[in-house]
Design a binder for this molecule. Structure first.
Ligand code: COI
Length: 355
């Protein structure tokens, strides 16, 4: 892949929009920083990348992504401490997963170091937009779309890679009520479940909407074949604690290999917990709840961070989980990750990129 042409051209905004932001009321994903990065792919090579003022795109209605969904994305965050230093958390992991998604979706890869350099440059230009307030951060959204003006089905020969950023508050503002889904399916073996492909999220909207109408914010997906094994929650991976054991479904081609999930496991192992990454049956989780053995359950994701699960609905019954304040592990890991991501604790695992 050609990487010799990757010198960024930077055009800065004339007048920043930053003063129009209500920093005390930042909904997730609705406020956008001043700049965005764009790089087009054509003739088998990435073209000169640029950073420009954030603005609308102009696309022909025939643009193939609009019809067939050949698109992938990543989600990452930047954090700032009181001294104004900026921290990225494990950005190479996102770069690697982006390329894995690209391969699955017939799209061109981007060298990992170039991907990370782009993120650093864009975030640095808009570093004023990174909130310092506890629980806040800058969400970073790299994505790629197929841009051939062609209505037939085939992998596009042209693509647009972009990154934009948003100052954000929490994705979930309270402990979540989830429903175990046993009719609809998010991903099947051989499908695109492990890729961060737009279509995975589009396909989940209808069953998620049905659950939301019943009062649940999220679904916990089960395997497509038997609806017997727990997979993930779409916006986050899921982690359970029974006794001293931290249990989470093993990543597979139907489960996204989450960076937060991976980090939680590495931390838990370091803290001496027993880790079980394996197939997890719905039955064992429901039995553990009934026997008062399930002490903790939470979602783990970049946007969601560590999101405590308060209620699990299964086959029409609501199972209430232990009080969030009583949960040692998830509270401790949330606090530790917050300190870690703001550079307030030793970078023991070599996860931080600081600038
Ligand atoms: C993320 O956590 O970054 C995600 O991609 C989840 C998204 C659906 C908000």
């Amino acid at each position: 892949m050609a990487t010799d042409n990757m010198q960024l051209e930077i055009t800065k905004i004339d007048q920043s929009r930053i003063n129009s932001v209500d920093w005390d009321n930042l909904p997730f994903g609705k406020v956008f920083s001043d700049h965005m990065l764009i790089m087009d792919y054509k003739d088998g090579a990435w073209q000169k990348p640029s950073i420009e003022p954030f603005e609308n795109l102009s696309l022909t209605p025939a643009t193939s992504v609009l019809h067939y969904g050949q698109t992938i994305f990543e989600g990452m965050k930047a954090y700032k401490n009181k001294e104004g230093e900026v921290f990225l958390f494990r950005p190479k992991q996102n770069a690697k997963r982006f390329n894995q998604s690209a391969t699955r979706m017939c799209m061109p890869e981007i060298p990992e170091d170039v991907f990370v350099d782009f993120i650093k440059t864009l975030v640095d230009i808009d570093r004023m937009w990174i909130p310092e307030k506890e629980g806040y951060s800058m969400y970073i959204r790299p994505f790629m779309i197929a841009t051939d003006p062609y209505v037939g089905i085939r992998p596009s020969s042209t693509y647009k890679f972009m990154i934009f950023t948003c100052p954000v508050g929490s994705y979930y503002t309270e402990p979540v009520r989830v429903k175990i889904e046993t009719e609809y399916t998010r991903a099947a073996h051989g499908g695109t479940g492990a890729a961060k492909a737009g279509g995975n999220y589009a396909a989940s909207l209808y069953p998620a909407k049905l659950a939301q109408e019943q009062g649940y914010q999220q679904l916990i997906w089960t395997d497509a074949q038997e609806h017997k094994y727990i997979e993930e929650a779409g916006t986050m991976n899921v982690v359970f604690q029974i006794g001293n054991r931290i249990i989470t479904p093993k990543s597979s081609d139907t489960i996204l290999d989450g960076v937060t999930r991976k980090s939680v496991i590495e931390i838990a192992r370091d803290w001496g917990y027993e880790i079980e990454e394996r197939k997890v049956t719905v039955e064992e989780i429901i039995t553990a709840i009934k026997n008062n053995e399930l002490v903790d359950a939470f979602g783990a994701g970049t946007a969601a961070t560590i999101a405590p699960i308060q209620t699990i609905n299964f086959e029409g019954v609501d199972y209430e989980l232990p009080e969030v304040s009583s949960r040692d592990f998830s509270n401790k890991v949330l606090e530790y990750l917050n300190l870690y991501k703001h550079g307030k604790t030793e970078d023991k695992f070599n996860w931080i990129v600081k600038f």
